[in-house]
Ligand binder design. Structure first.
Ligand code: PLP
Length: 430
């Protein structure tokens, strides 16, 4: 039996000083009925908490740690940058190197602007799309999360769903009235909306493989139709690849599905565990950004030396030949193993996976095609699963509506160890 004395006492103190004791709501673990664990360190695929317990980590900082924690190459790159100073507010060569790498890897990006988070990337991308088209409205899909900027806080997936918040106070009606939200994967509804008000829509923004309502797969014609229809209507198509970028392939979901958006938002993996985001796309659109064009967007710490060093080192490791093939094999083995074990013990659940990201929707036979379907999951059963797995030393996302991530640091032995832990947990769940 693990004990969490120190975690609990830190959390007590944290709750006095920080709202809810956490700096991002999903960390609170409320929906799975426990208190958060305070992490002391990470190494490879493992986390160590302040009480000396260790866990196999499938949260991977919610996506960024695709080559594992404290990777020697990333540490060396940060150390090298650190010795030369941490911020100048003037251009540095690493920004150019990272931009070059992004343009090489992501097929639709011709120019890119670095920012400090995924939220900044999506927020800036819609400002750009609005400035470029001269239109006001944007369209998103229910259950997709695009950061916490005002315009996006409409049916925004996990964080809000887990806490049971429909939207957010503090976001003026006038702002969200320009955000249309339609069900993911539903081309009929989308067509109706586009026929009615397509000419007023600046951008459609989509997670090409949603991961913030749990992993949901796009139906085969969904992304191609999005591309076709936005082109017809002069709407900027934005892929929010903050999770799928460098996750599904070096070039993200656009490479994986061979559908090219006009703009792409990146985050998480490109920072290698430090705060970085980016948005990029066609030069014709990107040139509308200041100082070349009139659309304003700026950042004191954007392109920070430490962050770009960590990002560059991470992208170098993951663009080695065979990286994604190996990752796929391990994720597939884990996914298939979990399905087999659940079946054997008669636990009803539906595992959805794309590459190294997956979600097990409890109490569902599936497929889970949209947010409404995801919300039918048995969250109490998920909470029990989460707590038992934690007790076995497996750290999962503290919410049914999130993705689990496999990293290159999850070796075959670790996958096997996880499946053995799952075996005893599923036996108890049934
Ligand atoms: C995490 C995430 C964001 C927001 O990124 P932050 O760095 O947390 O601001 C935006 N879009 C998607 C798809 C994400 O998963």
């Amino acid at each position: 039996m693990h004990h969490h004395h120190l975690s609990n006492s830190y959390f007590q103190k944290a709750q006095e000083l920080i709202p809810g004791g956490v700096n991002s709501p999903v960390r609170a673990c409320k929906s799975v009925g426990c208190d958060p664990i305070f992490i002391e360190k990470g190494e490879g695929c493992r986390l160590y908490d302040v009480d000396g317990n260790q866990y196999i980590d499938y949260v991977c900082s919610w996506g960024p740690m695709i080559i594992g924690h404290a990777h020697p190459k990333v540490r060396a790159a940060i150390a090298e940058a650190l010795a030369s100073g941490t911020s100048f507010g003037a251009p540095t060569w690493r920004e150019v190197a990272l931009a070059q790498k992004i343009v090489e890897l992501v097929p639709s990006i011709e120019q890119v602007r670095l920012v400090n988070s995924g939220t900044e990337a999506t927020m800036s991308a819609i400002r750009l799309a609005r400035g470029y088209t001269g239109r006001k409205k944007i369209l998103k899909f229910d259950g997709c999360y695009h950061g916490h900027a005002d315009s996006f806080l409409v049916k925004a997936g996990s964080g809000l769903a887990t806490l049971g918040i429909p939207g957010s106070p503090g976001v003026p009606e006038e702002i969200v009235s320009n955000t249309l939200a339609v069900p993911f994967n539903d081309l009929e509804v989308l067509k109706t909306v586009l026929d009615r008000e397509g000419d007023e829509i600046a951008a459609i923004v989509v997670e090409p493989v949603p991961a913030n309502m749990g992993v949901v797969l796009p139906r085969e014609d969904f992304l191609p139709k999005l591309r076709e229809w936005t082109e017809e209507k002069g709407i900027v198509l934005i892929f929010d690849e903050v999770i799928t970028g460098f996750r599904l392939a070096p070039g993200g979901a656009q490479e994986y599905f061979q559908v090219m958006p006009d703009l792409t938002c990146l985050g998480k993996i490109i920072g290698g565990g430090l705060p970085v985001g980016a948005y990029g796309g066609k030069q014709e659109i990107m040139e509308k950004i200041a100082p070349v064009g009139p659309v304003y967007q700026a950042g004191t710490l954007s392109g920070n030396p430490l962050a770009t060093a960590a990002g560059l080192a991470t992208l170098e490791v993951l663009s080695r030949p065979g990286f994604y093939e190996v990752l796929e094999e391990r994720a597939e083995a884990l996914g298939n193993g979990l399905v087999e074990i659940a079946g054997k013990h008669g636990v009803t659940c539906c595992l959805q996976r794309k590459g190294s990201m997956m979600t097990t929707f409890f109490g569902q036979r599936g497929p889970v095609v949209d947010f409404e379907a995801a919300l039918k999951s048995d969250t109490d059963l998920y909470a029990r699963f989460f707590r038992h797995m934690l007790e076995e030393g497996v750290y999962l996302a503290p919410s049914q509506f999130e993705a689990g991530f496999v990293s290159m640091a999850h070796g075959w032995d670790v996958i096997e160890e996880t499946l053995m832990d799952a075996e005893s947990v599923f036996k108890n769940l049934a």
